[in-house]
Design a protein around this ligand. Structure first.
Ligand code: F6P
Length: 377
């Protein structure tokens, strides 16, 4: 008996990232055109999976989306095991997702997303679904992959911003802090800071002291440069704030009962709240310590918006196409990682729940130090 056509679902979850549509297209064109599969796109990430909202994707739907930013499917940050329900509270929706997957007769589900999505994907693998995950995020913080799509585009955008603040900082003899995304990882700030020639780069992996940052600026002033550009990661903190945050994180990990977990999560959220606007605080502290006027530019969502750069289109296309190969061969429960110019299928268990931070001895850090960039330590 002829094997019936394979049916595959696809979704995009977490923060949007340039290259999502290129990956949908890369997977879809290979799955439909090369392997003759049927493709269904779930709307708004895990939300569409739970609510069974999907559309059939054909060649026409995949045409013209390679260069388009965002995601044609929509996205959300919902978690499959703690899904918000009417009247407040959350519910474990894994059984509902399994039901929807079976009812549609799916053979596989492709989940494009970051760290949170890898965890959702793992939960669905544990429930018996055939899942393949593709690593996207501008933060580049996913374990076991060389890089993630979205990162190259965001690096271009943030580098351009660091370039541009130079002339205004120089003209006004100011310190300009440019706050760059990246969640709790410093990849994006480090890359854009180096490429944009920031004088100081502050990342979460290297807690800073205001004294050290101020010393670097004063040394520049003494050499005749009466301005400084600081690339500061949204997750960068001084030594004390880093200790408070890490202690709050440990409490969450150590909490055993649901009440203790709730209390620990509330405490962590409070600590995070207190540390918001840290770039503005640092600007005030630097102004006081150096006598130079200071300003803050928060790049925000421009870093994730708009058309993907060529490198992200290429990466997303090859990861998407490789994912279709794995589905065709019946290999599931993996993330398709970028490895050099090729790809590798990594068990999701090696990825979910892990964060790839910048190692202190990373070559980019060494290079930054060698060219005289201050790292705040
Ligand atoms: O993970 C991508 C990212 O843009 C992070 O750099 C940032 O911390 C976060 O998402 C912002 O999240 P949201 O889109 O929920 O505001």
């Amino acid at each position: 008996m002829a094997r019936r056509t394979k049916r595959v679902g696809i979704l995009t979850a977490g923060g949007d990232s340039p290259g999502l549509n290129a990956a949908i297209r890369g997977f879809g064109k290979t799955a439909i055109g090369h392997y003759g599969m049927e493709l269904f796109g779930f709307r708004d990430g895990v939300t569409g999976l739970v609510e069974n909202r999907y559309l059939a994707l054909d060649g026409a739907a995949l045409s013209g989306i390679l260069t388009v930013g965002g995601t044609i499917l929509g996205t959300s940050r919902d978690k499959v095991h703690r899904f918000p329900v009417e009247g407040g509270g959350t519910q474990d929706m894994v059984p509902t997702v399994v039901e929807n997957y079976r009812a549609l007769g799916l053979d596989a589900l492709i989940m494009l997303g970051g760290g949170g999505t890898a965890k959702n994907a793992m939960r669905l693998v544990d429930a018996g679904l055939n899942v393949v995950h593709l690593p996207k995020t501008i933060d580049n913080d996913i374990a076991e992959t060389d890089t993630t799509f979205g990162f190259a585009t965001a690096t271009e955008i943030a580098t351009d911003a660091v370039d541009r603040v130079h002339s205004t900082a120089h003209s006004h003899h100011r310190i300009i802090l440019t706050e760059i995304m990246g969640h709790r990882a410093g990849w994006l700030t480090l890359a854009a800071g180096i490429a944009g020639g920031a004088d100081i780069i502050l990342i979460p992996e290297i807690p800073y002291t205001v004294e050290s940052v101020a010393e670097t600026i004063k040394a520049r002033t003494a050499r005749g440069s009466s301005f400084s550009v600081v690339a500061v990661a949204e997750g960068a903190r001084d030594v004390d704030d880093t200790a408070d945050y890490q202690a709050a994180q440990l409490l969450v990990k150590a909490a055993k009962t649901p009440e203790a977990q709730r209390a620990a999560r509330t405490h962590l959220a409070n600590v995070e709240d207190q540390q918001r606007e840290h770039s503005f605080r640092l600007a005030r502290e630097l102004e006081a310590a150096t006598g130079l006027e200071s300003r803050v530019t928060i790049l925000g969502y421009v870093q994730r918006g708009g058309t993907p750069c060529a490198a992200d289109r290429l990466l997303a296309t090859r990861l998407g196409a490789a994912a279709a190969d794995h589905v065709a061969r019946g290999e599931f429960g993996v993330m398709i990682a970028a490895r050099g110019e090729g790809t590798a299928a990594v068990p999701l268990g090696d990825v979910a729940g892990k964060v790839k931070l910048v190692p202190p001895d990373h070559a980019w850090i060494t290079a930054a130090r060698q060219v005289g960039t201050g790292l705040g330590d």
